[in-house]
Design a protein around this ligand. Structure first.
Ligand code: 5GP
Length: 183
């Protein structure tokens, strides 16, 4: 059986590989300045932020710890379930640390707000939030994001780590998924 290419399911490309690399380098520079002389604890929210996280960390010129956590408000669908679950916590002590949460995309803002509250009680020195994409949905409970790669329209996107039903993560760009692929 021949399996179709993920490219065929993309309606249009929002950000190319080159545009992504340029923007990630800019954010890396800003974070390097922000944490100069510090040793932040970089937290990747799996699995969507994996590519963004590894690219971003390599553009940061400071000592750092890295850890991987997993939270989800989506369960194979294209709409938020309204509740967040922490599937994998960090094993690193956050007390007195500059914690940087790196997310793939903000939609309702629920996941980020949940993680910030969860980690705030562990008495870190600071919590900084970084998201690769911010979806312009006008949600009232949107959490304040400190650093953002790109603002995007309210459409379902995949690629550069973001999935639909675990597919499309390996596309090197951000694209809008054709509606017939999830309707
Ligand atoms: P929130 O809690 O902000 O509503 O949702 C954040 C999570 O929903 C993200 O970490 C991501 O897993 C998922 N999500 C939201 N919008 C999209 C989208 O357009 N595409 C994909 N692939 N995931 C999304």
């Amino acid at each position: 059986m021949l399996i179709r290419s993920p490219e065929q399911d993309i309606q249009r490309i929002l950000f190319t590989e080159e545009e992504i690399a340029a923007r990630v380098a800019e954010i890396g520079k800003e974070l390097s300045a922000r944490f100069a002389g510090q040793k932040p604890l970089m937290l990747c929210v799996l699995r969507g932020a994996a590519f963004f996280f590894t690219d971003l960390c390599r553009k940061m010129d400071c000592m750092m710890d890295m850890d991987f956590i997993s939270a989800s408000s989506y369960f194979d669908g294209t709409k938020s379930s309204g509740t967040v679950r922490l599937m994998k916590d960090s094993s690193i002590d956050m007390t007195g640390r500059h914690v940087v949460i790196v997310e793939d995309i903000i939609d309702t803002g629920l996941t980020l707000s949940y993680l910030k509250k969860l980690f705030a009680v562990r008495e870190p020195l600071s919590i900084t939030t970084v998201t690769f994409l911010d979806k312009q949905t006008g949600e009232p409970n949107r959490e304040n994001v400190d650093y953002c790669g790109f603002l995007i329209p309210d459409e379902f996107v995949v690629g550069y780590g973001l999935d639909y039903a675990d597919y499309y993560r390996n596309l090197p760009y951000i694209g809008v998924l054709k509606e017939e692929c999830y309707l």
